[in-house]
Write a protein that binds this ligand. Structure first.
Ligand SMILES: CC(C)(COP(=O)(O)OP(=O)(O)OC[C@H]1O[C@@H](n2cnc3c(N)ncnc32)[C@H](O)[C@@H]1OP(=O)(O)O)[C@@H](O)C(=O)NCCC(=O)NCCS
Length: 182
């Protein structure tokens, strides 16, 4: 969906802009997905699993803009992409259409500046506007930074998926499921 851009001041005094991702962001977002996948083990993909072409990514971003139930939000600092977060419906059937799921990541250089909190705050407002009544997400059980952020944003733990992730170093990681009624 389309929505207004919003600006706020980071903990280090710089200005951050939250705005809808548009097809022109395709190349920067592909680069961002590859780099962030290598900066943290807590995203679903490995860098080589980011295989979108610029054309496919542009089409996807256009579909997200046109879809009234999807929010694809980017954060920019000094005109540079810092991160991205999104919400999308869990399903269109009447029994589940009150639920949406949230995803979020930032380049490591922008962690700890308050961008995550601001993005979730804005996404929550937009989710309410759309008509969702619950936001859900899953997080690696050992991802303390993300779990702390979600708790501060009002999310509650609802369950745990045993050995949800297996990393290439052979380690297993549970997934914590969280939700927030809105
Ligand atoms: C998770 C992520 C999006 C958080 O965004 P962020 O902008 O760094 O988070 P914020 O700065 O807004 O807030 C983090 C909060 O958690 C706190 N925090 C950070 N690490 C913490 C820890 N180990 N234990 C407790 N609290 C912690 C911070 O102090 C901050 O609280 P405050 O706002 O009261 O100061 C970001 O670190 C990231 O992109 N990580 C890699 C990708 C990822 O893990 N994505 C989530 C997948 S589920």
């Amino acid at each position: 969906m389309r929505f207004d851009k919003r600006e706020f001041i980071l903990k280090d005094g710089r200005r951050c802009v939250l705005r809808p991702a548009v097809p022109e962001d395709a190349e920067a977002l592909i680069e961002y997905m590859k780099k962030t996948a290598g900066e943290t083990p807590y995203l679903l993909r490995y860098p080589d699993e980011v295989q979108y072409t610029a054309e496919a990514e542009r089409e996807l971003l256009q579909r997200f803009l046109d879809d009234p139930g999807t929010v694809m939000l980017t954060a920019e600092v000094d005109g540079q992409l810092a991160g991205n977060s999104s919400i999308g419906g869990v399903g269109g059937k009447r029994k589940v259409r009150h639920r949406c799921s949230l995803a979020i990541a930032l380049y490591q250089a922008y962690w700890g500046l308050g961008i995550g909190r601001a993005m979730i705050g804005y996404l929550t407002e937009l989710a309410r506007q759309i008509g969702y009544q619950q936001i859900e997400l899953g997080v690696f059980a050992d991802n303390a930074r993300a779990a702390a952020l979600y708790r501060k944003c009002g999310f509650t733990e609802s369950g745990r998926v045993h050995r949800a992730y297996r990393l290439e170093d052979g380690s297993w990681h549970d997934e914590i499921l969280m939700y927030r009624e809105i």
